[in-house]
Write a new protein. Structure first.
Length: 154
């Protein structure tokens, strides 16, 4: 089972929708894990639609597989640019490539740029030199090692 074939099936099933592919993993044992999301939120029916699209286009007679389609959890790191777009106005924790760490609110995106408002500098670095709470900061995904949503129970 080739990843490119499964990816093409997914892309076809989400074409002309707000759904986007976050991650696709296929293990040697035939386990297919698909993570999708959507700008306006992802109802379970969209996961079912993508799952059915894959099921319908792969032949179980030829290859046995186990399929899991879901959205990434809030605790999972961002993998694609559209996740920044989806989370405009949310607070995220960013670990930079130069090991700086910052909490910031996504105020806008214009690919490849991610525009942020700093909430707190956790760990200083070259990129964060002189940056303080309330400052604007513009990054690209290449500047970022990892970013996740700050989960708050306030």
């Amino acid at each position: 089972m080739q990843e490119s074939n499964v990816r093409a099936i997914i892309e076809e099933s989400i074409q002309d929708t707000e759904i986007f592919l976050v991650d696709l993993k296929i293990t040697g044992g035939g386990k297919i894990t698909v993570l999708i999301d959507a700008i306006g939120g992802l109802p379970i029916t969209d996961c079912m639609k993508v799952s059915r699209g894959i099921e319908f286009n792969l032949d179980r007679e030829t290859e046995d597989f186990e399929l899991h389609v879901s959205s990434p959890g809030l605790d999972k790191p961002f993998k694609v640019f559209k996740q920044y777009e989806k989370n405009i106005t949310r607070s995220i924790r960013i670990v930079l490539e130069d090991e700086g760490v910052v909490d910031a609110v996504i105020v806008g995106v214009d690919e490849p740029k991610i525009n942020l408002e700093i909430e707190e500098v956790i760990t200083k670095s070259d990129v964060l030199e002189g940056v303080k709470k309330g400052d604007a900061l513009e990054l690209t995904q290449e500047d970022i090692k990892e970013s996740k949503i700050n989960i708050s129970f306030k």
